[in-house]
Design a protein around this ligand. Structure first.
Ligand SMILES: [Zn+2]
Length: 501
């Protein structure tokens, strides 16, 4: 009897963060640490049972008989940029961990793809390139990315396999990790020789209109990507409408394909899926109102209304401290049952110092960012104090614990004002429920996100999107870009797209 072949040794790494050049938030080691920074076996324990891409990758590798070698994981949500010292620490830990684990047969990485640091503007490209130098040319690497990744040639040169999420709202992080790991396993068994190529245009699209839900224009792009795969044109086809609030010359919508040893075929398919996005570029705009218009329109509607504060989207990297909607509710619906969450650690600390039941004057919002707003003065009663911990019930971080930090619920007329210490990705209403706020009993509910609110719509629940200034503004053509090259869509109405690859 011949012994079974030794299991393939595959290292797994996860380092996820979405950057935003317009945001003042700096994400440091302590911010990553709140969600957990792990090395070695702790990576596996932290990922077990979650909805993460990393979890999907680990489960698939194990099911395929591979030996999983955990190296590093850290998930930092979204913000402005990552502090250089933490990026350097993470890079060192990843390289040291991989070096100590050699020899390896492959590496799987769960990345976001739109990280930026104070200095390094293509951190994922830097990580993949450094790993390639460390492991040599023959060990395959596979990476899964967010749909909003800023994919660079440095990344596709270093990694044989790159696959992006294909849903927005993001509900397929786990499945994407599984797909990337599945292709890596096929490569390790000698079944395929994957190559990845990208095509990119100088265009950015409004995130709010980028849903892949039935009937939406991006759903047609997603369907075309699946059709190209089913026709056997590529092993995997990804489309990246890109995180648009990155002020860099090489940021643009991207098509990407993985083929079996066919670089020209990959380029052709990447071009087709890129053109599918470009041709629909006028279709991604959604109507939006000023905060005052939105509150008044919501009051005239039946049912509960989700007020989508798009320009202050925490998931897009904004500060979550913009008080424009707060001011509009106080002005136009002061006695209406309403829930609004805002980031203001100084106000939260003041509420804790005052204690439960205290009534006092507060200055709320514009805690970090006063480029567009000033704090709103109000008198409120401290109704509840809580630790701000909760578990995401789904989405790309499903099953993981989020930490708002010390959080106070202030009562102002009909409004329950949740004052958090940290900006945390907004999924559904987990953050309100964690603080005892029942949004089902509210007429108006603020949502500082761009897409997940769609999961809450249904009979008796509608939404209104807001526009205005902020870290994640809707009108991309109005941003004072410093580094984008002209012409670019949507600032310039070009007859033909300008290539960035
Ligand atoms: Zn995304």
């Amino acid at each position: 009897m011949t012994p079974p072949p030794p299991a393939h040794r595959v290292a797994v790494v996860s380092f996820e963060f979405e950057g935003n050049s317009l945001s003042l938030r700096v994400t440091r080691r302590e911010d990553f640490a709140r969600a957990g920074i792990h090395t070695g076996p702790a990576v596996l324990a932290a990922a077990a049972g979650k909805d993460l891409a990393l979890t999907g990758g680990i489960e698939t590798l194990r099911a395929g008989g591979a030996e999983v070698v955990p190296i590093f994981s850290a998930k930092g949500g979204a913000g402005g940029h990552v502090a250089d010292d933490f990026f350097e620490e993470a890079m060192a830990r990843i390289l040291e961990g991989v070096s100590a684990a050699l020899p390896l047969d492959g590496i799987y990485l769960a990345l976001h793809g739109a990280m930026i640091c104070a200095t390094e503007k293509d951190p994922e490209g830097a990580i993949l390139t450094a790993l390639r130098a460390r492991i040599g040319p023959d060990v395959p690497m596979a990476a899964s990315l967010d749909l909003h990744a800023h994919v660079t040639p440095r990344m596709t040169d270093a990694a044989e396999i790159i696959i992006g999420y294909e849903t927005y709202p993001h509900v397929d992080a786990h499945a994407t990790g599984a797909r990337a790991a599945g292709l890596l396993l096929r490569r390790l068994r000698g079944e395929i020789r994957p190559v990845t190529r990208l095509r990119k245009y100088n265009a950015i699209l409004p995130v709010l209109g980028g849903a892949t839900l039935p009937g939406a224009p991006m759903a047609e792009v997603a369907a075309q990507a699946r059709a190209l795969e089913e026709a056997g044109r590529a092993l995997s086809v990804s489309f990246f409408p890109v995180q648009p609030w990155l002020d860099m010359a090489d940021v643009g919508i991207t098509g990407l394909a993985v083929t079996d040893a066919d670089p020209e075929g990959a380029e052709a398919v990447a071009q087709e899926i890129l053109d599918a996005m470009w041709q629909r570029r006028r279709d991604f705009e959604l109507p939006a109102m000023t905060p005052a218009e939105a509150v008044q329109a919501a009051m005239a509607r039946p049912g509960r209304v989700l007020l989508v504060d798009a320009p202050d989207s925490i998931g897009g990297g904004a500060s979550g401290d913009a008080p424009a909607l707060l001011a509009a509710i106080l002005a136009h619906a002061p006695d209406t049952p309403a829930a609004l969450c805002i980031v203001d650690p100084a106000a939260a600390a003041r509420a804790f110092a005052l204690g439960l039941g205290a009534e006092a004057a507060f200055q709320l919002g514009a805690w970090q960012d006063r480029r567009w707003f000033q704090p709103v003065p109000l008198t409120a009663r401290v109704e509840r104090l809580c630790d701000g911990d909760f578990v995401f019930e789904g989405g790309p971080a499903g099953g993981t614990t989020a930490r708002l930090g010390p959080t106070a619920v202030l009562r102002v007329g009909g409004l329950q004002l949740v004052v958090a210490s940290h900006a945390v990705y907004v999924h559904l209403d987990e953050h309100y429920a964690a603080c005892g706020v029942d949004t089902a009993a509210c007429k108006l509910v603020s949502h500082k996100g761009l897409m997940n609110y769609r999961k809450q719509l249904g009979p008796g629940v509608s939404f209104i999107a807001l526009h205005g200034p902020g870290g994640t503004p809707l009108r991309l053509q109005d941003v004072a870009w410093q580094h984008r090259r002209r012409p670019f869509w949507p600032a310039d109405d070009m007859a033909a797209p300008a290539r960035l690859d």
